[in-house]
Ligand binder design. Structure first.
Ligand SMILES: C[S@@+](CC[C@H](N)C(=O)[O-])C[C@H]1O[C@@H](n2cnc3c(N)ncnc32)[C@H](O)[C@@H]1O
Length: 75
């Protein structure tokens, strides 16, 4: 298979991936986590999450929801 050049967004998110959860902690603490729970509580059935990142949304889905996450960044 041919190597595909990485896009700028891929390069940027690959770089921050290791510290992304730490970096977003203040926003999560100041309401982000609560907002995710409120929003994703309404999800039903099967969900395709584009740009799933490190998976911060995953614990906010109801247990019966089947989530598939994809991301341009492997990190
Ligand atoms: C701001 S982060 C959000 C991550 C996660 N959804 C969250 O709420 O924490 C945006 C994510 O979208 C991904 N992304 C950007 N462009 C994309 C594309 N064209 N296809 C798939 N993922 C992409 C990035 O790699 C990054 O993980």
């Amino acid at each position: 298979m041919r190597d595909v050049p990485r896009r700028p967004a891929t390069v940027a998110y690959d770089r921050v991936a290791a510290v992304y959860d730490w970096y977003t902690t203040p926003m999560e603490t100041l309401g982000g986590r609560q907002a995710r729970r409120r929003l994703f509580a309404r999800a039903r059935g099967r969900v395709l999450e584009l740009g799933v990142g490190t998976g911060l949304n995953l614990s906010a889905y109801p247990p019966a929801v089947a989530v598939t996450g994809v991301d341009i960044s492997a990190g």
